[in-house]
Design a protein around this ligand. Structure first.
Ligand SMILES: CC(C)(COP(=O)(O)OP(=O)(O)OC[C@H]1O[C@@H](n2cnc3c(N)ncnc32)[C@H](O)[C@@H]1OP(=O)(O)O)[C@@H](O)C(=O)NCCC(=O)NCCS
Length: 173
């Protein structure tokens, strides 16, 4: 995969068919909090009511076609210094470095778009080795394991927490 084909952009209603292909796939949604989409109508509603109004959700695109997402949700009040990041990718594109590239594109943009955010953090289920590897390759630091921390699709999980600080972009400055 030529990684210059990977771009991030906001979702559009015209992504509905492409979104349904991957967000309608249980293999993609089982490790995230999204409900698996079942129809084009659900995809259109989801784009219009959830993806477009989201504080920062981008489609991971290959040749401008939606193949996944990266979302960032900034905290508020005393948690305005941090934001949570999440992501997923269509199964047929796994293992080609695409999500790692997407995070490398997303991270500096998020610190620009939310100047008060100094810390990006991600939680990966302890058994989700691919996700942890993505975070490591994108430069996140593993901080530890939160034992029996949260339910994911009905299963109680240990979560591994990772962070990337705004100062990690260019630590020498
Ligand atoms: C996790 C996910 C986003 C990874 O996307 P991707 O584009 O395939 O990731 P990359 O190709 O950039 O990197 C994946 C890395 O994990 C490794 N990997 C994948 N499965 C693995 C496994 N079972 N054991 C060990 N390593 C594994 C790959 O070898 C690769 O590492 P490498 O480059 O050192 O070889 C994708 O699998 C996905 O969408 N999963 C479902 C949703 C999800 O889990 N989201 C994250 C929730 S925290």
């Amino acid at each position: 995969m030529d990684l210059s084909r990977i771009t991030l952009r906001p979702f559009r209603l015209s992504d509905a068919d492409d979104l349904l292909l991957w967000a309608g796939d249980d293999r993609v949604t089982r490790s995230i909090r999204w409900k698996t989409l079942a129809s084009k109508e659900e995809a259109l509603t989801f784009i219009g009511e959830v993806c477009i109004p989201h504080p920062w959700r981008r489609s991971i695109c290959v040749d401008d076609l939606s193949k996944g997402f990266v979302s960032v949700f900034p905290g508020s009040g005393d948690e305005r210094c941090r934001a949570d990041i999440g992501y997923a990718l269509a199964v047929e594109y796994w293992g080609q470095g695409i999500t790692t590239e997407a995070l490398k594109l997303a991270v500096p943009q998020v610190f620009k778009d939310f100047p008060e955010v100094l810390r990006l953090q991600a939680y990966a289920a302890a058994e989700n080795i691919a996700s942890q590897r993505v975070l490591e390759k994108a430069g996140f630091l593993k901080e530890g394991t939160l034992r029996k921390y949260s339910y994911l699709k009905g299963n109680l999980c240990d979560l591994v927490v990772y962070s990337f600080l705004s100062t990690d972009i260019n630590p020498s400055v």
